[in-house]
Design a protein around this ligand. Sequence first.
Ligand code: ATP
Ligand code: MG
Length: 268
Amino acid sequence: MISQPRAGKSIGRFALSEKTLLSIKNLKKVFPLQGEELVALGSVSFDVYPGEFVTIVGPSGCGKTTLLKIIAGLLPKSEGEIHVDEAMFDPTREVGFVFQKALLLNWRRVLDNVLLPIEILKLDKKKYRSKAMEMLELVGLKGFENAYPNELSGGMQQRVSLARALIHDPKLILMDEPFGALDAITREKMNLELQRIWSESKKTIIFITHEINEAVFLSDRVVVMSARPSRMVGAVDIDFPRPRKLEVRTTPQFGEYAVKLYKMLEIT
Ligand SMILES: Nc1ncnc2c1ncn2[C@@H]1O[C@H](COP(=O)(O)OP(=O)(O)OP(=O)(O)O)[C@@H](O)[C@H]1O
Ligand SMILES: [Mg+2]
């Protein structure tokens, strides 16, 4: 799928008539901390459009994981709004989460790990067996369905967790630094694989990474968060056509996107 490049430069630039899958306005999260309050999310606003690949970057501790958990319904918000277009998707059943660590159950075979959301959603496991096999094929793990997680490499485990996030056909996939623990070569392969899976399965993805190059390579749009109390400081549309090859990283345009993001992050 080639997502349409969007006109304009800043967050909030989209025409009001364009339908959002998810719209977040002035989201705030405060954690109690030793008798005081820690403002994890100051005031976060951003929109996500159906089929988009959006990446969030920001300094460590600025609240990226907190934001994803609130979107997934794993944490309550303190203030603000999350508007979901329920005609497009059901936020209680159609969200997939890929955590920073694969978090597989070591005593279950790969296939049964992939089927975990089906059990949680109380769906018929037998019906989803062939779907689970399909998902394993999609992530390049055909033939490993009966292996145990500790018989797989880190990259393979992360792919199992991606298959698990896809099994119940979620519309929205939330990915929290999923490739952070992988070596550079495996990470590049996973980037290519993720691009392929995203375009074949036509999902909407919100992705978190610390790697600017990974963000530029994968995304339609990269959104930058400030340090705590966090807010969105800007966004960059990435207008390379799809499918992208790794060589795109050597183009001057790629470098310009990266510099823009580094500047927003005040790293330069
Ligand atoms: N359950 C919690 N209770 C109290 N404070 C929390 C909790 N979860 C997160 N925090 C605090 O909220 C802030 C944001 O944490 P979060 O994990 O969302 O950051 P992050 O942007 O994902 O960081 P990193 O890039 O290092 O993963 C941190 O200061 C953290 O200490
Ligand atoms: Mg985090």
